[in-house]
Design a protein around this ligand. Structure first.
Ligand SMILES: [Zn+2]
Length: 217
């Protein structure tokens, strides 16, 4: 396991390598960030946004929390989204869940963890909303199904936020995507939950939920 000193050594080696391979990389970063993408993902250490997507520093604006949840009273997440949409003018926001998510597993099984129980309650709301679907899916497939359903519901939460309602009312081009990452194979799955306007939320949502039922049954 790397020690703290190793982290600084790795950092110096990385910075030197970047400057060697792409002279001027850091001086161009200083001028501005102009990312096209925003990533809302889980805090889980196995799901690093830049590495998975092959994006450089400066190319993806990131917000992460336990189980990639968008909560309407969470000023941290909403402020980040507002900055991304109104100032940076990102064109795509992806909400990315991952299979084997501890937060989703705890929600599915009603496990008590501690303070995070209150946060995970939001995912239990998703579980309860889709109880009928989950009961018709084999128990071993339910965790993955709830990961997918959680992403789909969080996309809806983001789509109906004041930031997105206002952006789309002004015809700003921003797409919200729902993805899931496979820790076991390193691959991203598109859950078919891509929304480009307030009007398209409902039909896209219904099709995406049907997609989960079809994929997990
Ligand atoms: Zn997670």
């Amino acid at each position: 396991m790397a020690s703290i000193n190793d982290l600084f050594a790795h950092n110096r080696a990385w910075a030197a390598q970047m400057e060697r391979e792409r002279p001027g990389f850091f001086s161009s970063l200083v001028k501005q960030q102009k990312p096209k993408y925003m990533w809302i993902g889980c805090s889980d250490s196995r799901v690093p946004a830049n590495q998975i997507t092959g994006l450089d520093p400066g190319e993806v604006f990131v917000h992460r929390n336990v189980a990639n949840v968008v909560v309407h009273s969470d000023l941290n997440a909403l402020s980040t989204v507002q900055f991304a949409v109104e100032m940076l003018k990102v064109e795509h926001i992806m909400i990315v869940g991952h299979y084997g998510c501890g937060g989703v597993m705890a929600a599915l099984h009603g496990e008590r963890i501690g303070l995070a129980d209150n946060w995970i309650r939001h995912i239990q709301d998703v579980r309860d909303r889709h109880r009928g679907i989950l009961e018709n899916i084999a128990p071993e497939k339910r965790p993955d199904a709830l990961v997918d359903l959680n992403v789909i519901e969080q996309v809806v939460n983001l789509c109906v936020s004041t930031v997105m309602v206002d952006a789309w009312a002004k015809n700003q081009k921003v797409s919200i995507h729902g993805w899931a990452f496979g820790v076991h194979d390193g691959l991203l799955q598109d859950l078919g939950m891509t929304v480009n306007s307030t009007d398209s939320i409902e039909p896209v949502y219904r099709a995406a939920v049907e997609g989960v039922i079809a994929a997990r049954s």
